[in-house]
Write a protein that binds this ligand. Structure first.
Ligand code: NI
Length: 388
């Protein structure tokens, strides 16, 4: 029985929740209405405990199995926040809020976990406790870390933690996972180079900051090609490069650039930071300019624990019939990484079919993936905490 019959029956109801959330997107920690909607549904299902305000606006539901003698506790997590993007899907349930949309499918993640909550509260066919986590601020706000800092893992005695994200390009309802790093760390840097401005016709009296900064920019690309072990994966991109010159006949005094570094392991992450700092300051110095580097650490790499990856893959195989269990890592990042730093667990991709990529204005979550996604959550709980 790949998809649980009950969850197949609930498909339309879960899709209706998903579309309601899609119409009413909220950003970062300001997911007040979304959290209230989640809380209301959980009350209707008759879960055993509901805690709100964890990590500011996170919601947690506790569902006990028909037996709890095993003492086991499994955590399942979904994210609730949307993005500051103007929606271009033309869907009848498109965002009602200008400039905001669920462009990453977190509406689908929340609805699928609610579907699992309804099923688990009805059936309770497990020996232990399921803790369902609805978190705010995945998109840049580190909501997962905020919930952990609020004592999430200890308060609910969570032993293992599992999460899921939809993946455009993977067939609907298929699953893909790998042990080890699945998503990258994401750090940002800002480099300000200061030379000496002047007249473009008298460069010998100036220190041409644009030229210096251009050397820095090019040298930064030697980090990936010359410093990083070729079998490791690192991305360094500079997205902003601006001078303070207002005219073609003025030599800039100051140049500012901003970039991002993505890596899959802490060694590469530390190496990249050290090299960015050194290249910027020493290159500038060689030209008689000064560089200042501000390094802002973002999410760490999302690293799946080997044993829990096997459990997650087995549950996926049971639901979908097959699973890709050694998919290539991808270089976006995900704050579920913080939960995996605190407890063993795993993060899996569920296919969203042939849709635009996440964060695209025409992206939409595939409602057809709902039964598989909700079933995977339920399957994990029943497999990891079997009755008898
Ligand atoms: Ni996302």
């Amino acid at each position: 029985m790949p998809i649980r019959n009950r969850l197949a029956e609930l498909h339309d109801e879960i899709a209706a929740w998903r579309r309601h959330l899609h119409e009413n997107p909220e950003l970062m920690y300001e997911v007040h209405e979304t959290a209230r909607f989640v809380e209301s549904r959980l009350r209707e299902f008759g879960v055993d405990e509901i805690a709100t305000g964890i990590g500011r606006t996170g919601v947690v539901a506790v569902i006990r199995g028909r037996r709890t003698g095993s003492g086991r506790v499994i955590g399942l997590r979904a994210d609730m926040d949307a993005l500051p993007i103007a929606e271009a899907t033309g869907a009848p349930y498109a965002s009602k809020v200008p400039g905001r949309m669920h462009a990453c499918g977190h509406d689908g993640h929340t609805a699928m976990l609610l579907g699992a909550a309804k099923y688990l509260a009805e059936t309770r066919n497990f020996d232990g406790t399921a803790v369902l986590i609805f978190q705010p601020a995945e998109e840049g706000g580190a909501g997962a870390r905020a919930m952990c800092d609020d004592g999430l893992m200890e308060r609910f005695a969570i032993e293992e933690i599992y999460g899921m994200h939809n993946m455009p390009g993977l067939p609907v309802g298929q699953f893909a996972i790998r042990p080890g790093a699945l998503l990258a760390s994401s750090d940002e840097f800002e480099i300000t180079v200061t030379g000496r401005g002047g007249h473009a016709a008298a460069p010998h009296e100036a220190v041409d900051t644009t030229l210096v900064a251009a050397h820095v920019l090019i040298a930064l690309q030697s980090i990936v090609s010359r410093n990083v072990d070729p079998i490791r994966r690192v991305v360094l991109s500079v997205g902003i490069f601006e001078t303070d010159s207002a005219s073609s006949n003025i030599i800039a005094h100051r140049v500012r650039m901003e970039g991002t570094v993505r890596t899959l392991d802490p060694e590469c992450r530390a190496l990249a930071e050290e090299r960015v700092r050194r290249i910027a300051t020493d290159t500038a110095s060689a030209f008689g300019a000064v560089a200042e580097v501000v390094w802002t650490p973002g999410y760490p790499a999302t690293v799946n624990h080997p044993e829990q990856t096997v459990h997650a893959a087995e549950a996926a195989r049971a639901v979908a019939g097959t699973v890709i269990d050694n998919v290539d890592p991808v270089m976006p990042s995900e704050d579920f990484a913080y939960m995996l730093e605190r407890r063993p667990g795993a993060y899996i991709f569920i296919g969203n079919g042939d849709t635009p990529m996440c964060h695209h204005p025409a992206y939409d979550f595939a409602d057809d993936a709902i039964p598989a996604g909700s079933s995977w959550f339920a399957e994990l709980v029943e497999r990891r905490m079997p009755v008898g």
